[in-house]
Ligand binder design. Sequence first.
Ligand SMILES: Cc1ncc(COP(=O)(O)O)c(C=O)c1O
Length: 447
Amino acid sequence: MSQAALACSSVTEKFEKEFSTSRKLHEQASELFPHGVTHDLRYLTPFPIYVDRAEGAYKWDVDGHQLIDFWAGHGALLLGHSHPEVVSAVQKQMAKATHPGACHELEVEWGQWVQRLIPSAERMRFVSSGTEATLMALRLCRIATGKPKVLKFAGHFHGWHDFVLPACDLPYRGAQTPGIPRHFEPVIVRPNDPDAVEQALANDPEIGCVIIEPTGGHFGQVPVRGPFLTALREITEKHRRLLIFDEVITGFRVHPNGAQGHYGIKPDLTTMAKILAGGLPGGCVAGRADILDFLTFRPGQPKMKHPGTFNANPLSAAAGTTTLRLVSTGEPCRRANELGQRMRRQLNEWFARRNLNWVAYGEFSGVKLLPNYDGPRPDDDTFIPYDGDPDRLEPEKNVPFIHAFRQALLLNGVDMPGLAGMTMSAHSEEDIDRAVDAIGSAIEMLK
Ligand SMILES: Cc1ncc(COP(=O)(O)O)c(C=O)c1O
């Protein structure tokens, strides 16, 4: 066995001992769910941890470990777990009605917050998830333009439905995505290449819209910056195609007005979820009134049919309204972004001090880690490793190593989804400092 494999197996041995109640639950779960999990990202060998409760920046697992959390509810939490005002709003609504089967006052208030905060939101429709939001946005674009195809960027994730799932991971090799017929596939272009977008739109009159994660795929694994977004807006306008900003993760996180507010660029449609619904399920498509009008009943006009049992459900509306009110001050985004920067800076100092071949990078509240790094050390927070080369920033995943790293992190009191995480306004400076030490020690355990 190699030194590296030996180090990993000793970490796994410790992990199995420390998290034994999770192992028992996982044995039961494996009789129910494929791999025993209910979300691909939660898959962890030899077993994932089971969380009992969470508050602020922490979660406690079923074996009683307190963990500093950088999952942030898959990005749905900015204020931290169980923020008292959110909890109280949901409890109050719970006692009034969980599903009135009717329009209700909170959906109006929720929509007003979205309209106030998101610059391009002339009209909107609530759905139940980010996946539903992008599904709706694409269909609206097809109706509005009469064109069937979408252009998306390699490495960008827009949910798991058939029209956007292909090429969501890099390096993209063009293989067929299991279960998705080739004719559903989007037109795929590498990110940060305006000429390639221009060429694709000029050559293919069937492309009706372009969808993008406005800070880069997987919340900036391969960063996208303002100049590319500006070019994209100009190119789509020139070729009369629609532009969708998928702000499911950036919305209310990078800035109270989303990435579009931060960069001052107005897309035609915006998809949202996660923080929008304050940690409960919920999503939204917002944008130009003339496009959202295809949801209205108008004689002689095409109408997009849109039922959905839990659209604008009042519990999500209660959590969402309270969260957006708190986010609107700008303080939670400012704080989470500042802590993200602190974490990236301190990690890079740690790596330099110990001469580790790792680098941390990212923007806003996103923290990305890149092992086996052989480029120059960052000199400031705008730094992008390997000049943003997608193939080097998102190499083939070494799953056994990533799982061993996650186990080592958990043993050191930190829960993070692999080589990336997110800060929340609930983290303290001390949490960040402790997490940096924990990440550094986890890397050393695996050396
Ligand atoms: C940018 C982006 N779009 C869409 C989705 C899908 O959202 P959901 O998981 O709510 O379906 C995600 C989820 O991570 C996302 O990050």
